[in-house]
Design a binder for this molecule. Structure first.
Ligand SMILES: [Zn+2]
Length: 91
């Protein structure tokens, strides 16, 4: 995960959130992912999440089928294309 996203998920965990819900950026389907820490204390999510603090408070999400088709988050802002984040699985 990118640093921004890591920071964001850490903040959610600090507020005792265990799940995040949103809509897939590509198809609009509702997605619900677990967030948490692994044994080494690394932040993880059960699905792809992006957060960019300089754009918005919230996050961008993709459902797994859309992520498999296209792991890059495209057109979240008209002129930008961003690199993918890796999915750190929560056990
Ligand atoms: Zn989708």
């Amino acid at each position: 995960m990118e640093q921004d996203t890591l920071q964001f998920v850490k903040q959610l965990l600090a507020k005792e959130y265990e799940k995040v819900q949103g809509r897939c950026h590509d198809c609009g389907k509702v997605v619900l992912y677990d967030i948490g820490l692994d044994d080494e204390g690394k932040v993880g999510a059960s699905g792809p999440i992006w957060h960019f603090s300089y754009i918005a408070q919230g996050m961008f999400m993709k459902c797994l089928p859309c992520y498999e088709k296209d792991p890059i988050l495209r057109n979240f802002r008209p002129t930008e294309v961003h690199n993918r984040v890796s999915i750190c699985g929560k056990r």
